[in-house]
Design a protein around this ligand. Structure first.
Ligand code: TGC
Ligand code: FAD
Length: 401
C-alpha cells in the first residue's frame, strides 16, 4: 500500500493566485514579474519537498543559497548593500509567494531581510554594512534576530541580557529564546542592555567563545524552520560589532515594523493556498451523488474565504503604498498584521473542514498552514498585543501594563 506522505510530492502544484477584485490593476508590470518569478521558484524548490521537510522537522539549509539567488533576502535593501533595491509592495509580494509555499520558509526569508539586513543597513557602520550585507543578501551567510527572552516576550523592554564595557571589548551575558534561524545562523543581531540600562544592538558571530545556539525541539508549528536559543556566557564582543546608529527599544521595534509588514502579505499567501485547494477539492469530491461544492454550507465557506482574502489584499496593498511613501505608522502595520494573520488562520481551519478527513494529511497543505499560522499569530507581537497597540492609538491610553 502506498503511503500518504512521500519524500517528493507527486501532486502537481496548480497554484494560480487569487484576484477577484482585479487588484492586479494596482500593481506595476515589475511587481507582476517579480511575483511570477517567486511563484515559479516556490513551485520548483519548495512545493515538491515541503511536506517531507515539515513531517521530518527538517530545515533545508540548501534553501538559503537558493533564496539568495532568487532575490528573496532583503529585497527592500539597496542593491549596493546586497539587497534588491525594490519597493515595499515587491517585498510584500515576495513574502506572499514564499508563505504560500510555507510560513516557515517565509520566516527564514523575512528574518534575514527585515530583522538582520535591515538593522545592519539602518543602524550599522559603513564597515559593518560592507562586511555583512552582501553575504547576507546572497545567502552566503544566514542571520538571526535575538529580542525575546525566556522571561520577556511581549515586554521586551524588561530584557535582562546585558553587556559591560571592558575597555577594548564588551562582555555579553544572558539568553534569548524562540529565535528563528538560530541553530543555523552565522551571525545574530542581539538586543542587550548596557550598564546604564540602555538597549543596543550587537552583532554576535558564531564561533565567539561562550556563544551557543541550542535548538528548540518538539514544535508542532513551523516545523521546516529551525528555532533555537541564543546563550551568552561571558562572550567577548569586539567594540566594532555594536550597531552605532540607534539605541533604545525603538531600534528593534523599527525592524519589527518591516517584518510585520511582510507577514501581513505572507499570510495572504497561506490563505490563498488553502482557498484554492478547497475550491478544487470541493468540485472533485462527490458525496450524496453530487460534488460537495453544490452544497450551500460549502459555498458559504468558499464565499467567505474569497471575501476575506480580497479585503486582506486591499489592506496589505494600501499599507504597502504608505510604506513606499514613508507614511505608514506602526499602528497601520499592526492592523494589517493582526487582521491578515487571523484571516489566514480562520481560512486554514475552514479549508481543513472542507477537505474532511483528507484535510488532516500531508496530501494537502491545510493542516501544515494551520499549524504554522498558530506561530505567526503569536510572533512579531501577539494578536492581543497588536489590538492593544491599536487601542493605544484610538484612546491615547496604553493598556499594556
Ligand atoms: P513603548 O514605550 O511603546 O516604546 C518604547 C520606545 O520605542 C519607541 N517606539 C518606536 N520607535 C520606532 N519605531 C516603532 N515602531 C516604535 N514603537 C515604539 C517609543 O517611542 C519609545 O521610545 P522612547 O524614546 O520614548 O523610549 O514600549 P513598551 O515597552 O510599552 O512596549 C510596547 C509594546 C508592547 C507594543 C512593544 O514592546 C511590542 O511590540 N511588544 C511585542 C514584542 C514583539 O513583537 N516581539 C517580537 C520579537 S521578534 C519575532 O517575533 C521574530 S519572529 C520572526 C519570524 O520567524 O518571522
Ligand atoms: P507572552 O508575552 O508571555 O504572552 C503570553 C500571552 O499573554 C499572550 O496571549 C499575550 O497576548 C498575553 N499578554 C502578554 N502581555 C499582555 C498584556 N499586556 N495585555 C494582554 N495580554 C497580554 N523572537 C525573537 O526575538 N526572534 C525570533 O526570531 C523569534 N522567532 C520566533 C519563532 C517562533 C516559532 C515563535 C513561537 C516565537 C518566536 N519569537 C521570536 C518570539 C515571539 O516574538 C514571542 O513568542 C512573542 O512576542 C510573545 O512572547 P511570549 O511567547 O513570551 O508570550
Amino acid at each position: 500500500m502506498e503511503s500518504i506522505s512521500s519524500k517528493q510530492s507527486r501532486k502537481p502544484d496548480l497554484f494560480e493566485g487569487v484576484d477577484f477584485l482585479e487588484i492586479d490593476d494596482l500593481l506595476s508590470e515589475e511587481h507582476k514579474l517579480i511575483r511570477g518569478a517567486i511563484r515559479d521558484f516556490v513551485k520548483k524548490e519548495i512545493s515538491p519537498f515541503i511536506e517531507d521537510w515539515a513531517q521530518r522537522a527538517y530545515f533545508p539549509s540548501e534553501i538559503v543559497k537558493k533564496f539568495g539567488e532568487v532575490g528573496a533576502f532583503g529585497p527592500q535593501i539597496p542593491t549596493e548593500y546586497g539587497g534588491g533595491g525594490l519597493d515595499y509592495i515587491s517585498y510584500g509580494l515576495i513574502m506572499q509567494e514564499i508563505e504560500r509555499g510555507d510560513s516557515g520558509m517565509r520566516s527564514t526569508a523575512s528574518v534575514q531581510g527585515s530583522l538582520v539586513m535591515y538593522p545592519i543597513y539602518k543602524f550599522g557602520s559603513e564597515e559593518q554594512r560592507k562586511k555583512y550585507l552582501p553575504k547576507l543578501g546572497s545567502g552566503e551567510m544566514l542571520g538571526c534576530f535575538g529580542l525575546t527572552e525566556p522571561d520577556h516576550g511581549s515586554n521586551p523592554s524588561g530584557m535582562t541580557t546585558h553587556f559591560k564595557d571592558m575597555g577594548d571589548h564588551y562582555l555579553l551575558n544572558g539568553a534569548k529564546m524562540w529565535i528563528s534561524n538560530a541553530p543555523e545562523a552565522d551571525i545574530a543581531v542581539v538586543w542587550a542592555k548596557n550598564e546604564a540600562g540602555r538597549i543596543h544592538g550587537l552583532i554576535v558571530e558564531r564561533g565567539m567563545e561562550g556563544f551557543s545556539t541550542p535548538e528548540t525541539h518538539g514544535k508542532w508549528s513551523l516545523r521546516a524552520s529551525c528555532t533555537g536559543e541564543l546563550v551568552f556566557q561571558d562572550v567577548k564582543v569586539p567594540k566594532e560589532n555594536l550597531l552605532p546608529g540607534k539605541s533604545g527599544l525603538g531600534a528593534p521595534l523599527m525592524c519589527l515594523d518591516s517584518a510585520r509588514f511582510g507577514i501581513a502579505w505572507g499570510s495572504i499567501g497561506a490563505a490563498m493556498d488553502c482557498y484554492e485547494s478547497s475550491r478544487r477539492y470541493a468540485s472533485e469530491r462527490i458525496q450524496f451523488d453530487k460534488p460537495i461544492a453544490s452544497f450551500q454550507l460549502v459555498q458559504k465557506k468558499l464565499s467567505e474565504m474569497l471575501t476575506e482574502i480580497t479585503k486582506a489584499q486591499l489592506l496589505a496593498w494600501k499599507v504597502g503604498k504608505m510604506m513606499n511613501e514613508g507614511k505608514a505608522k506602526t499602528v497601520h502595520i499592526s492592523m494589517a498584521k493582526r487582521n491578515n494573520v487571523e484571516m489566514a488562520l480562520n481560512i486554514a481551519r475552514e479549508a481543513r473542514q472542507i477537505h474532511g478527513g483528507m484535510g488532516i494529511t500531508g496530501e494537502y497543505p491545510l493542516m501544515r498552514h494551520m499549524m504554522n499560522l498558530e506561530s505567526v499569530i503569536t510572533y512579531e507581537g501577539t494578536h492581543d498585543i497588536h489590538l492593544l497597540i491599536l487601542g493605544n492609538e484610538i484612546t491615547g491610553i496604553p493598556a499594556f501594563g
